[in-house]
Design a protein around this ligand. Structure first.
Ligand code: NOJ
Length: 567
């Protein structure tokens, strides 16, 4: 397909903002919408086109931290958390984004609400309240109902998936934490309400949605026990010898996905990206079928996949990942390139906190075929913080309170953290106290990371070799080069090339002409040289501004260097 005719979202780069941590305009230590609005020029200048916001909807963040999920437990889908601002601020935000030629993606947490949502309050009030069936209520096991209805595990695997409610002596199901009761999607009223909520935000100007734990919407209608499996963990999220078959990736979720897509398509030019944890074969099912004109019209547009977050910095490993993405997501589908989000250990801390490796990582992310997701602060190399469990705010960290600190420290070495505060610290804007996030003297909701003096936007903007400027160079070139933002990908095989080299060609058709770019990435701490397969190559961009001048016979790459060439 000619790249000119592709929808905007097939070429875009997404920047994720965690509203609580981006910019505090009031000095109360908590990020807010006005703060974000004041930084839109920075985001525009960075060179991304789409901003995804973690939820800023009404949510009980005024309760103690361990009793809420910082926005992922919504108490009103059509209102704004007063801590972050007002609906007028959202309108201004949308206007500010659109007037800069950018797009806005909202986070739809459809699977569950907060226990504080008036729907749940009514639902739990009595068995015959009209909202009762909006949630999943069951009697406990006989004889006295004090045992959960079945053996289901929550997605978060520790603890049960059912919570007993004294007032009506029944149990409600929660796929995540107990204060996040699951909505009952088998009730048509729930479906209608959520589809209308989607319409509400589309009308307001949302350009797309990120769908939180989308694979958890439907469960087994008969509430059968989860079968035993031999797996401790697998791609489809079977956990600790229990299959997730009854609770995740249910076929009825795929059916609902079609309705959701139809609703989305009532407003042309929008897209949705679903957070789905599953094997690639299962993920593929969410994308629907391809119709005659070569597009998919009845599934998700793209799936947010976390495999890249744990891929080691090795050419062979990324080659394998690209190969499997190409196998499962060929045109018109495409993968995502995600290296961090508000749940994951920051990527740079998984790669030795090394800026040069982070630049190469960015080069791969912005040149491989797919939709890149940059988590706020990733562009300046913000590190994962070290926060002791006794100081954690994150409800997940509290949920795992029995797990001692030394075990937490140990598993963090393998890129897993039980305290998500560590990747949510305030954005580092400058070297001032509170890093420019809050005014000096304010108490920020999480402490600013101790690297903020050298590791911040102001310092890095001035340094041509900074990670920030590397991101900017690659983002600019990606935007200007059709081959990079929407072309196909094929590996370049070079005889006797070093093992640490990953080389691929991107190719697009623009107005019936071929547009090509050639990417060479050195996944090692040594210089490498290899045969130059191109005629008269020119450097389009490099991770370093000191890249070796090109020689027609050989290409030389410095340690961890990544370059893009054109002929
Ligand atoms: C996935 C989100 O990314 C995470 O932050 C949240 O806690 C859970 N879903 C529950 O909504």
């Amino acid at each position: 397909m000619d790249s000119e005719s592709l929808p905007w979202w097939k070429k875009t780069v997404v920047y994720q903002i965690y509203p609580r941590s981006y910019m505090d305009s009031t000095g109360n230590g908590i990020g807010d919408l006005k703060g974000i609005i004041s930084k839109l020029d920075y985001i525009k200048d960075l060179g991304v086109e789409t901003i995804w916001f973690s939820p800023f909807f009404k949510s009980p963040t005024d309760k103690p931290y361990k009793e809420h999920d910082c926005g992922y437990d919504i108490s009103d889908y059509r209102d704004i958390n007063p801590e972050y601002g007002t609906m007028d601020d959202v309108d201004e935000l949308i206007k500010g984004i659109h007037s800069r030629g950018m797009k806005i993606v909202l986070d739809m947490v459809m699977n569950h609400t907060s226990i504080e949502h008036p729907w749940f309050q009514k639902s739990r009030s009595s068995k015959d309240n009209p909202r009762r069936d909006w949630y999943i209520w069951r009697d406990g096991k006989k004889p006295n109902g004090k045992k959960p209805p079945n053996n289901w595990r929550p997605m978060i695997f520790l603890g049960g998936a059912w919570k007993y409610d004294e007032s009506t002596e029944q149990w409600y199901y929660h796929c995540f934490l107990p204060f996040q009761p699951d909505l009952n999607y088998r009730n048509p009223e729930v479906q209608k309400e959520m589809l209308d909520t989607v319409r509400f935000w589309l009308k307001k100007g949302a350009d797309g949605f990120r769908l939180d734990i989308f694979n958890a919407l439907f469960e087994d209608a008969e509430f059968r026990d989860a079968p035993f499996t031999f797996t401790i963990a697998n791609g489809d999220m079977d956990l600790l010898f229990k299959s997730s078959k009854m609770t995740l990736n249910h076929p009825d979720t795929l059916e609902f996905c079609k309705k959701l897509r139809k609703t989305l398509d009532e407003y042309p030019g929008k897209f949705m990206v679903g957070e789905v944890g599953a094997s690639l074969a299962t993920l593929k099912k969410y994308l629907g079928e391809v119709v005659e004109d070569g597009t998919n019209t009845n599934g998700l547009n793209v799936i947010f996949d976390l495999r890249s977050t744990s891929t080691p910095m090795k050419a062979k490993k990324f080659k394998k990942l690209i190969e499997s993405y190409e196998r499962w997501f060929p045109e018109p589908f495409f993968p995502t390139w995600v290296f961090g989000n508000h749940d994951q250990v920051r990527r740079i801390s998984k790669i030795d906190n090394d800026i040069e490796q982070a630049k190469l990582n960015a080069a791969l992310q912005l040149t491989a075929r797919g939709m890149p997701y940059i988590y706020y602060g990733e562009e300046i190399g913000m590190r994962n913080a070290k926060i002791h469990k006794s100081e954690s705010k994150d409800a997940v960290s509290h949920h795992f309170k029995i797990i001692p600190q030394f075990i937490r420290n140990f598993i963090t070495r393998f890129g897993v953290s039980l305290n998500r505060d560590e990747c949510r610290t305030p954005m580092q804007w400058n070297s001032a106290e509170n890093a420019g996030f809050s005014p000096p003297g304010a108490e920020t909701w999480l402490s600013v990371n101790n690297t903020s003096e050298e590791n911040n936007v102001e310092v890095e903007e001035k340094d041509p070799e900074s990670l920030l400027n590397c991101y900017k160079r690659f983002l600019k070139v990606r935007k200007e080069t059709t081959a990079l933002n929407s072309g196909s990908i094929n590996f370049i095989e070079i005889k006797k090339s070093p093992k640490s080299l990953l080389a691929y060609e991107r190719k697009a058709i623009v107005n019936n002409k071929e547009d090509k770019a050639f990417v060479f990435l050195n996944f090692s701490r040594k210089n490498i040289r290899f045969h130059n397969p191109l005629k008269n190559p020119k450097v389009l961009v490099s991770t370093s501004i000191k890249t070796e001048p090109l020689d027609n016979a050989q290409i030389v790459l410095m340690p961890w260097e990544g370059i893009v060439l054109i002929e």
